[in-house]
Design a protein around this ligand. Structure first.
Ligand SMILES: Nc1ncnc2c1ncn2[C@@H]1O[C@H](COP(=O)(O)OP(=O)(O)OP(=O)(O)O)[C@@H](O)[C@H]1O
Ligand SMILES: [Mg+2]
Length: 371
């Protein structure tokens, strides 16, 4: 009987997925022993069996240790034919075993997982010409919206000098370094990476060489992303280099241009979109931010009008394909206040999508992007 139980528990554990690596804990070599020892007692018709599961985690004190242990407990106790009492014995992998595992993962994923033929990940790079128009706020809220809608979502803070995603997501953790492979930090359901999450030697590695291009490549190849449904990139302001780097590293990336309503922003936004004439990159659409402020039921156009529409029309004409205006977002103090407090404004405390016009607007944009 113990054999049957041990095999069954192993089967159940093979369906437990490591939340960071996205693979089953048995495939990852994390289960090193299962031993079932029956007690001489029967409890309401079922025999009681002690089951010891020996687990080797990738790194000690890994932030998700408890999650994995809970899942193992659940897998053991859900056995139907007997009452199994789990005893989980946790250790960490030896250095050489970990190196082997990481090498296997790296080999399987090759260099940059997003250039693999047939990859299902949709990639949207959020750009603007002018700074301060709300790219990072849009990226954070759009990513949070995708996650709340159930998409496996990742975001890269590609603005290496002016990084802001850690603050906007309240993500204070550091990426776990698994023998040279970095685990993104998950916040509000989004897998995130930003230069702001690194300190000391790790940051120095990311900053070496021609910074911009290298840091993006390292974020793509040295971070374990799994295969998300959506990857968003928050770009630095500007009209050239950054988008070109993105197009080179991520040929499937689609550009989304953010502008405010006034001409001083929309003129540069057009130039940011025209980068698509130099590199093969699709411009997916335009988002107008800070379009109006609602006061006593009236929409005050604080920053003028029409920027988003102008960018959409001009890019449609110059690029020869439809570049739609995907949405217009109001100016709302909560965007800034919640952002500074570390929660994307479109989310409730529990991570579900808020029941607000702004969240509905973001949902509409997310749905149009995935079409
Ligand atoms: N719709 C909005 N309503 C109110 N405040 C907003 C809105 N969008 C952005 N902000 C605020 O405007 C400021 C600039 O926004 P954000 O940092 O997102 O812009 P950015 O384009 O990423 O800037 P940078 O070019 O510096 O990267 C922030 O303080 C942000 O909270
Ligand atoms: Mg920004």
């Amino acid at each position: 009987m113990t054999d049957v139980i041990e095999r069954n528990v192993h089967d159940r554990l093979s369906r437990v997925i490591d939340p960071e690596l996205g693979k089953s804990i048995t495939d990852l070599g994390m289960i090193v022993g299962i031993e079932a020892v029956p007690r001489d007692v029967i409890d309401s018709g079922r025999s009681i069996v002690d089951v010891t599961v020996k687990v080797e985690l990738t790194v000690e004190g890994c932030p998700l240790t408890q999650t994995i242990i809970d899942k193992i407990n659940e897998a053991v106790t859900s056995y139907p034919a007997a009452k199994l009492v789990p005893h989980i014995d946790v250790a960490s992998m030896s250095r050489s075993k970990l190196t082997g595992l990481v090498n296997d993962l790296k080999a399987e994923r090759r260099q940059n997982p997003f250039t693999k033929p047939g990859t299902k990940t949709r990639i949207f790079a959020i750009a603007s010409g002018k700074g301060g128009v709300g790219k990072s706020s849009v990226t954070a809220n759009l990513a949070a919206t995708f996650a709340a809608l159930g998409y496996d979502t990742a975001a890269i803070d590609a603005d290496i000098y002016g990084f802001s995603l850690p603050t906007l997501f309240g993500a204070h953790g550091h990426p776990t370094n698994l023998d040279g492979m970095l685990m993104p930090v998950t916040a509000w359901g989004v897998k995130l990476i930003s230069i702001g999450m690194f300190a000391g030697a790790d940051r120095a590695i990311l900053w070496r060489g021609p910074r911009l291009q290298r840091s993006l490549e390292q974020f793509l190849s040295d971070v374990w992303w799994g295969e998300p449904d959506v990857l968003l990139l928050d770009l630095a302001p500007g009209t050239g280099d950054m988008a070109i780097s993105v197009a080179q590293a991520l040929p499937n990336a689609e550009l989304v241009v953010v502008t405010t309503p006034q001409p001083s922003a929309s003129d540069v936004a057009v130039r940011a979109g025209l980068v698509a004439l130099q590199v093969p990159m699709k411009v997916r659409g335009v988002i107008e931010n800070m379009s109006y402020y609602e006061h006593d039921g009236e929409r005050l156009r604080i920053f003028g009008e029409g920027g988003g529409r102008r960018v959409s029309e001009q890019l449609t004409k110059d690029l020869g394909h439809e570049v739609p205006l995907l949405g217009t977002l109001p100016l709302e103090p909560e965007v800034r206040i919640d952002g500074e407090a570390g929660r994307p404004v479109v989310l409730n405390e529990d991570g579900t999508l808020a029941d607000s016009p702004l969240a509905a607007e973001f949902k509409g944009i997310a749905e149009r992007l995935m079409r």
